[in-house]
Design a protein around this ligand. Structure first.
Ligand code: NAD
Ligand code: UDP
Length: 250
């Protein structure tokens, strides 16, 4: 978990954090914490929802476009008075009042994030921007699930948070672009839909998080998740651990 002072960045916050919603100070306010989980119908998100729902002081709101997630993952909570499920794409603005945001919305499996790489980048950049705008307006703390891919092809194992990584920011197509240099304006690099896209989306979203923290004082958390597996993940997810297990079973 990276916190505000990590990443080798010594810049300090320029603004005090925004105040929470005025509802927090109202006379008859119930002390429930309203928590938004984007991508909460997915593999990791639905487990997070289970955990958050265990606390009776929490109200959990899931926002998901069901691209890779499923209502099935949340069926035990649908209809629960402290739970709400909204079909919404995070690339569109979202007006809602919450105290905390867990921003997970984005396909994690290569099969799905390569399916529409432009949409994947939009989800990461515009989606994260929208969630940061929301966090700024309501004074909510926001956590982004970033990825270990931000370390690129690391030269240090295991990677401490202070390690800046070994990254080719334009992906494998750099070589192709350089070969085509005489045909393409130099700004028109192609970010390929695999490693480059994953790394770029992780790092652009992280940069936005730190910029909103520095410029607007919002409280941020970033979790760089490594390869995760477990119940509710798609058997055809396409990553190494599930591939080995699925092949062994077959
Ligand atoms: P997942 O695909 O199971 O869940 C992602 C959820 O986001 C799905 O429910 C999907 O429908 C939803 N979603 C996608 N695009 C959306 C959009 N534009 N608007 C609204 N909802 C949208 O993936 P996961 O494994 O649960 O991963 C969750 C988060 O963790 C992702 O941000 C992923 O990049 C990150 N992560 C996961 C791993 C891993 O090993 N699973 C590794 C690194 C990072
Ligand atoms: N936004 C949102 N919900 C909100 C507040 C903002 O979805 O409650 C979106 C907003 O539409 C904008 C983005 O978040 O596209 C960034 O908002 P911010 O206020 O930081 O930037 P601005 O709107 O001033 O460009």
């Amino acid at each position: 978990m990276a916190n505000n002072s990590s990443n080798g960045d010594n810049q300090t916050t320029t603004k005090p954090p925004p105040l929470p919603s005025p509802l927090r100070f109202s006379k008859f306010f119930q002390s429930n914490m309203r928590i938004l989980v984007t991508g909460g119908a997915g593999f990791i998100g639905s487990h997070l929802v289970d955990k958050l729902m265990e606390n009776e002081k929490n109200e959990v709101i899931v926002v998901d476009n069901f691209f890779t997630g499923s209502k099935d993952n949340l069926k035990k909570w649908i209809g629960h008075p402290r739970f709400e499920l909204i079909r919404h794409d995070v690339t569109e603005p979202l007006l809602i009042e919450v105290d905390q945001i867990y921003h997970l919305a984005c396909p994690a499996s290569p099969i799905f994030y390569k399916y529409n790489p432009v949409k994947t980048i939009k989800t990461n950049v515009i989606g994260t921007l929208n969630m940061l705008g929301l966090a700024k307006r309501v004074g909510a703390r926001i956590l982004l699930t970033s990825t270990s891919e931000v370390y690129g092809d690391p030269l240090i194992h295991p990677q401490p948070e202070t390690y800046w990584g070994n990254v080719n920011p334009i992906g494998l197509r750099k070589l192709l672009c350089l070969k085509l240099h005489h045909l393409l304006p130099c700004t028109h690099y192609i970010v390929h839909g695999g490693f480059g896209a994953v790394m770029m989306r992780g790092s652009v979203a992280e940069t936005l998080m730190f910029d909103y923290h520095r410029q607007h004082g919002i409280e941020i958390r970033i979790a760089r998740i490594f390869n995760t597996y477990g119940p509710r993940m798609n058997i055809d997810d396409g990553r190494v651990v599930s591939n080995f297990i699925a092949q062994a079973l077959r």
